[in-house]
Design a binder for this molecule. Structure first.
Ligand code: SF4
Length: 344
């Protein structure tokens, strides 16, 4: 499969009045065309910042560290739309209205925003909002754009006579589907779906995830699925990247992550989720809470909660180790623990 997106050493920090929040630090991964990558971890671990960092839809206090690369289909989006910060050495500032970036946002990389329920403007009809997105990026008539919305509605299973309804006239599931229709409106190469089904009941969630998987296969779109719900990525993702406290701690195929778990945090995360197919086990909560990213631990960021931690973990940041081709983990004891950890 051809490579579509390569993220290298991406670090995004937020400037606050008391210093910096190290939200994302040294994240690297690649995605091929038509592939799904699940980005998982607890709330506040940097998943959403990583996703939004790709299109650089970040707040004005976000800075990208020099050396970060987001190479999308051969273009480094960091170089394209950021400039060296005059205020903070070693950082780049995002240019808010970069015209070149507009060619990528929505047209080639679209997003299903977290809380799609509230993503539509309540005072405009839903269909008009999708039509507007098409007209902004493509040289088509309003009639052609409307026809495209009708096709998309058919694709996601919304009757076309609902195009002229306002958001409050849609159910939660319909709003999610309309959001998926909007994400597909310009035939993007990549969709970043941020917790796309979190607010929905499990039956609707299952239906929508099934629809997304079908549409993705049909249109050969790559997808980054950001979620805290491990069971969602188990069903959908080819590859999984596990994040903890701004670091990518393990990355591999879905099978490797679930069956050949190599990082203590991944093991803890999997043990905290029920398995429908596996034997019945008591779920284990992860003790403690994630660190304050304004003041992260000096060594391994998971050390205060890790049952395998040793002295070195408190002092030195662990290296990223490739334990088999494409399966990487950030742990001092990766080799010793590989094969020992039981995820499921
Ligand atoms: Fe645990 Fe140490 Fe590995 Fe961190 S480096 S995950 S503390 S064993």
């Amino acid at each position: 499969m051809a490579e579509l997106l390569k993220i290298e050493n991406l670090s995004i920090h937020y400037k606050i009045s008391t210093g910096w929040v190290y939200a994302v630090d040294g994240v690297s991964f690649t995605i091929n065309r038509g592939e799904t990558m699940g980005l998982v971890g607890e709330s506040g671990c940097g998943k959403t910042t990583t996703g939004y960092g790709i299109t650089q839809l970040l707040p004005s206090n976000a800075y990208i560290k020099e050396g970060s690369k987001v190479i999308f289909d051969g273009t480094d989006l960091v170089q394209l739309s950021t400039f060296p910060s005059k205020k903070f050495e070693g950082y780049r500032k995002i240019e808010e209205y970069h015209p070149e970036m507009r060619k990528f946002r929505w047209k080639r990389i679209s997003m299903i925003f977290q809380g799609a329920m509230n993503a539509f403007n309540p005072v405009y009809k839903v269909g008009d909002q999708i039509i507007e997105a098409i007209l902004t990026h493509e040289n088509v008539t309003e009639e052609e754009a409307r026809k495209r919305v009708e096709e998309l509605y058919k694709l996601v299973g919304i009757p076309k006579d609902r195009i002229d309804n306002y958001p409050h006239e849609y159910s939660g599931g319909m709003k999610q589907r309309a959001m998926i229709a909007m994400a597909l409106a310009l035939n993007p190469d990549l969709i970043i779906a941020d917790e796309p089904t979190t607010a929905l009941d499990v039956v609707t969630q299952d239906r929508i995830l099934g629809e997304m998987a079908r549409l993705q296969k049909r249109e050969n779109v790559a997808m980054i699925l950001i979620t805290h719900d491990v069971s969602v990525v188990a069903e959908m993702a080819h590859h999984i990247a596990v994040m903890y406290a701004g670091n990518l701690v393990e990355k591999g195929t879905a099978r490797e992550i679930f069956k050949e778990t190599a990082h203590p945090y991944t093991e803890a995360l999997l043990k905290a989720f029920p398995s429908i197919k596996g034997e019945k086990k008591r779920l284990k909560a992860i003790p403690g809470s994630p660190p304050d990213l304004a003041n992260p631990p000096k060594g391994c960021r998971f050390a205060p909660r890790c049952p395998y931690a040793k002295d070195i973990c408190l002092e030195q940041e662990p290296p990223v180790i490739e334990i088999s081709p494409g399966h990487v983990t950030k742990c001092h004891f990766a080799e010793e623990l590989y094969g020992e950890l039981g995820g499921e």
